[in-house]
Design a protein around this ligand. Structure first.
Ligand code: OGA
Ligand code: MN
Length: 237
């Protein structure tokens, strides 16, 4: 992996794949298996941000029909679909309300929203694999619901050598999020020298390197709906 020294910290960089698209940046990028469908514009910006910073925040990028389907499922799902979220994996898994208070419902392709969501994610996965050396192989995701006063303390989504999660992805499903609602996602960059605060506004998408970027969800004052997902590498740990 490439390293860039910025200030006190060495930031691992995502390495870009040098291909035709990089040599001819103005050439419109196209779907590998369907050359007639152009990629959404933000894909390219996301790749550039990941290479430069290890994270990317993109506003308004969820296609409207897909966003509406996801919003409907997330807001109409019976409470019983949501389980208290745990921390740790396998035998280390436990519920700890001092660390996180959200409830989660895993997304499968059995619902219309889930099917379209996973198809959309696959396009993104293909694009990222064509342009970066991340080796994204599989994807898992769940709806998250934070009730008023809900939060998730600062954490990493993956620990080096302990997980095959490579890239985290969050999408928000809250229309008209106003400042008093709070509940921002905060990314801690460079040992918290820089804090990136993201409003959980409908259609905003955040991606970041799971092992590199600690982050937290500040306490919300109203129901806060999101999707959290992870791309994993083939390597099984
Ligand atoms: C997570 C997470 C962030 C968010 O579920 O691991 O960090 O903004 N979620 O919902
Ligand atoms: Mn997280």
């Amino acid at each position: 992996m490439l390293y860039l020294l910025t200030g006190k910290l060495a930031i691992p960089l995502v390495q870009r794949i040098i291909n035709e698209n990089n040599i001819h940046p103005n050439k419109p990028s196209t779907e590998p298996n369907n050359p007639d469908i152009p990629h959404p514009l933000f894909f390219e910006s996301m790749v550039n941000n990941l290479v430069d910073h290890g994270y990317s925040v993109q506003a308004n990028c969820l296609p409207l029909v897909l966003g509406k389907l996801l919003w409907e499922q997330s807001h109409s799902a019976p409470v019983t679909d949501f389980q208290n979220a745990g921390i740790g994996r396998n035998s280390g898994h436990s519920i700890n309300k001092a660390i996180r208070t959200d409830a989660v419902a895993w997304i499968t392709k059995e619902t219309k929203a889930g099917e379209q969501w996973l198809a959309w994610i696959l396009r993104l996965q293909d694009y990222l694999n064509q342009h970066l050396f991340l080796g994204l192989f599989s994807f898992e995701s769940h709806f998250s619901l934070y009730k008023p006063d809900g939060f998730y303390k600062q954490h990493y989504d993956a620990f080096k050598g302990k997980s095959n999660r490579v890239l985290s992805l969050i999408v928000y499903l809250n229309y008209e999020w106003i400042a008093v609602n709070a509940g921002e996602l905060v990314l801690h960059i460079n040992n918290s020298e820089e804090l990136i605060s993201v409003k959980p506004e409908f259609g905003t998408l955040v991606v970041f390197l799971s092992e590199e970027i600690p982050h937290e969800v500040l306490a919300t004052t109203v129901d806060r709906h999101s999707i959290a997902g992870w791309f994993s590498s083939r390597q099984m740990l």
